[in-house]
Design a protein around this ligand. Sequence first.
Ligand SMILES: [Zn+2]
Length: 290
Amino acid sequence: MANLLEKYIGGFTAIALTFGSFIACGTQMYKVSVADDFDNQRATAAHPPSADKTSTLYGIHAPHGWQDLPVPFRFSTEMNEGQKIHLMAAMKKWEWAIGRRIFDFTGEHAGTNGDSFQDLYSSLQDDINGYYLDDHWGKTKKSDHVLATTIWNNGVDYSIIKKSDIRFNNEYYLFGDSLELRSTPARVVVDMQSLALHELGHLLGLAHIDESVDSLSIMNPELLIGEGLTTRMLSRGDLERIQMIYGCEGKSCDIEAMIKEQESVDWDKLTLTAKRWMQTPGESPTLELH
Ligand SMILES: [Zn+2]
């Protein structure tokens, strides 16, 4: 795995110097590219402003998003409790960003995981919006270093999304809470909540955002991975862009207050709310941050 990572991300290893203490403890840490985690070419062709840094629609591949909210979803059978909780925490964070419900947890996709599908796009052929772990990543035709990939079907045109799946590279990475998990010689820890925030951004209609435009965006095409490393915050730009698609309700319309809240509240409550949600399919506990 070390060779594999060096091959693909050698250019990013310099950042390790900044975190000497982590390295001294033997922790693996890498900043990896997530540029290939969704079909950027297709998104750009469908909606050219999404790649135009001067456009107000920069970074938005589906300007009308999902028409019918909440979006029902199911989990891969083999996904463990921690992975589900942190994925759902990322969902609740995007819901916090617009002030209303986006997702509807309807249970497991029984007997199904990434390996149940013959290739990447065949999981789009059913009606279920699923989150799947893939133990044989080569089948997706994505490089080994790609952490996960979000795929989707549009509605009558590119501006609407009507079905989407996320596939996780379970062959080369270990997904969960990076504050607790330990990497193995074969698989590097990836913080599920951080990665899911990024992938769900794609699922909701967002494209990549260049660091030169918004260096704090969760949609930057790179992510820190490794033990103890998380990127669980949304930038001002992330809030503005998601609200351009879905609007805002209540206190979420006050972006300044939202940024202050994000910096000051105890986000452990997000994980606790996600845990309650996982235990009660069909219901969606309210996130109480205060
Ligand atoms: Zn991405």
